[in-house]
Design a protein around this ligand. Sequence first.
Ligand code: KPL
Length: 312
Amino acid sequence: MASPESSVHRPDPPVCLVLGAGALGRLWAAYLPDNSRGFIPRKRDQTGHCRYALVTPTGEIRPVNVPWRQPASPDIPDCLLVTTKAQDTLTALTDVLQHLLPQTPIVLFQNGMGSQQVVAAQWPDRPVLAAVTTEGANRPDADTLIHAGLGETWVGGLNPAGCKAQSRVVTALASSGLIVHSEPDIAQRLLRKLAVNAGINPFTAIIDCPNGDILKQPFYLEHIDELCREIAALMHHKGWQVAASELRQQIEQVARTTAKNTSSMRSDIINGRVTEIRFINGWIAQECQRHHLPSRVNHMLTTWVQDLSAIA
Ligand code: KPL
């Protein structure tokens, strides 16, 4: 007997809809093939096409036209890319998933930890996957998307149905021409990215500087070793044996390679948006407390960034 999946007619290339038209969502939509991509509207005025200019890493400027597509339209997606902020993900998905087939893979691109696990727990039978990317993208204004640096993306299942859909999802994402890898241990890759974000984002937001500038700042130098010790102790609990000194090296390497970039957290503060601190240092502090581990610096950075958001 044909499985429900094989009985659905699938055009080629696979249709990917993107939920969340921020910098990362626009990046994927810009590179996915025409006619097989769309943004899912989240506001009433999001109809017709979303138009913007893509500035490629080589400086080429390309016009991009991505249709706003209702998920219930005839072209049911093969894959849903979720590029909302961590704090918006559950609400945004709840509205959309009622219109999607139960076998449609959901690929979560959120920073930090916590939001992915909530989604996987909420829809245990749906294929839920997470993606970790080093693609650099930012939006200097509403009509421009800068692809600041070519990166790579790793995708892996967060539940059994997600693992089953993994190679199909990698093929769908790779139709963009961006570099996409299948990741057998996405949980550890999420933790590695979390540690880097925890060591860069709050410092850039508090000091108000580009990523590379934190490295010489007294506030960063005063707290980074204790922060790395807290994170390393938690990572031991999560099954990743990493030394605090190695974490510091990784943080500083990323700060140097993205030296001129404005981190997502600093950008959120500058633009008066809620930051993802709760899912980065906030999540680490909470998990440390749960395991009776020290969390002073993670807690201090979380509170500080939350206070900054409140006055922004
Ligand atoms: O992922 C990032 C972010 O800004 O959220 C880093 C690695 C800090 C690069 O800017």
